[in-house]
Design a protein around this ligand. Structure first.
Ligand code: AMP
Length: 394
């Protein structure tokens, strides 16, 4: 896979797939600009080389051409971030886009309207990809967040640039960081897998068991393991049909010399609410009428110790209902332990959905080595799948 470092973009019109699918409030203020800032190094490199940037992205899931989903709302913010008046085309293909591209000078940026205003985008339509491809001299994919989709702009379009397709810095670095955790890793390697359900994490666990030394399991999914081993879990979340699978995972881990660390105690609640009554109970003797919504103090200590001895850490999924203050302590302590280990020289990657939200909520995003920008895409990479957007660049 070639990256943008393999080309000098002087006088090139680079067609760049970015992921500017950012959350907006009712007045179109950007609530989280992480994805825009994450694409900046790629755009800056191309502009500094003396090239121009034609940016294409989707925003939300429009059914028709709805104003709420127009990328024009991002133009004022982009103009501030890139310190120039960013131009805008009210359609991503057709005469207006072609005209604006023709007049685009080196050093300038043109943003195209939401790709998903054309249903051909998500359908992976080849003619639509060709119409987009005509706009650029070369193709850059920096949209890691949609790299797991075989859409026209993320994968199909690459066919029209057999010798001029490149990974942007963000996409390349996401791939690099997963490699650093799962392939070129320094031992001991610890994976922390939390979240609600075993069923949504099973493929990740199966894929990483060969590559890790320690597996910390937390969150709602831990209770399926505890129950399968004969523990009493009260009214905690459980997937009864996954108990057998949980036992198989434990057996597989043992065969592969992976030490599994399950919670030993739990913060239990009498209802799923921030104003619930709470108590601390051993993880395998939770009374009925109570549900485990966070890990307890002994577990925090155990997890901190394991993390403190690790040189490589992968974290996917919270170990409790961190969205509620009362049940956020376990995930917070775990985040702090990962930050501390990182400070002591470990490499840490936080990726895939809710653990990213958690590190941001607790102000720890700057204290871990890398926070992935792609939820679903990162999950699929950890599952060992080949992402269409990445395969298309090969
Ligand atoms: P996932 O999307 O599978 O990573 O799951 C994340 C969700 O799991 C978060 O919304 C947490 O609130 C939830 N979660 C974590 N621990 C528990 C628990 N003990 N019981 C119920 N839900 C939990």
């Amino acid at each position: 896979m070639k990256t943008i470092d393999d080309l000098n973009f002087k006088n090139k019109k680079a067609l760049i797939r970015v992921d500017f699918n950012v959350p907006l409030d009712a007045s179109y203020n950007i609530l989280d600009d992480t994805r825009i800032r994450a694409a900046k190094p790629t755009i800056d490199k191309i502009l500094n080389d003396g090239g121009s940037c034609i940016l294409m992205s989707h925003l939300g899931r429009p059914k028709v051409k709805e104003d709420d989903f127009s990328l024009k709302h991002l133009v004022p913010f982009l103009s501030v971030v890139f310190e120039q008046e960013v131009e805008f085309s009210s359609d991503c293909v057709g005469t207006e886009a072609e005209e604006k591209v023709r007049n685009l000078k080196p050093g300038r940026i043109l943003l195209l309207e939401n790709l998903r205003f054309h249903k051909e985008e998500t359908a992976g339509d080849s003619d639509f990809a060709k119409a987009l491809a005509q706009l650029g001299d070369c193709y850059v994919n920096d949209a890691f967040g949609t790299a797991h989709r075989a859409h026209a702009s993320t994968a199909i379009i690459a066919d029209f640039f057999p010798n001029a397709k490149f990974a942007g810095y963000l996409l390349a670095s996401e791939v690099e960081h997963v490699k650093k955790v799962l392939e070129d890793n320094v031992k001991p390697v610890t994976a922390i897998i939390g979240g609600a359900k075993v069923s949504s994490k099973i493929t990740i666990i199966e894929n990483i068991l060969d590559k890790i030394d320690h597996l910390i399991i937390g969150g709602g999914m831990a209770f399926t393991f505890i129950k399968a081993q004969g523990g009493k879990i009260g009214d905690s979340l459980v997937e009864d049909d996954k108990q057998e699978l949980a036992l198989q995972i434990l057996k597989m881990a043992e065969e592969k010399n992976v030490k599994v660390h399950l919670p030993i105690d739990s913060i239990v609640a009498d209802k799923f609410s921030d104003d619930a009554q709470t108590a601390i109970q051993n993880i395998d003797s939770i009374d009925s009428g109570w549900m485990g919504l966070d890990v307890g103090p002994k577990t925090n200590e155990l997890f901190e110790q394991v993390i403190g001895n690790s040189k490589t850490i992968l974290w996917n999924g919270p170990v409790g209902v961190f969205e509620m203050e009362k049940f956020s302590n376990g995930t917070k302590s775990l985040g702090k332990a990962v930050a501390k280990a990182t400070d002591n020289g470990a490499f840490s990657l936080v990726g895939g959905g809710d653990s990213v939200a958690a590190v941001k909520q607790f102000g720890l995003a700057e204290k871990v080595s890398y926070v992935s920008t792609g939820g679903g895409a990162m999950l699929e990479m950890l599952e060992g799948k080949t992402l269409p957007g990445i395969a298309a660049l090969a």
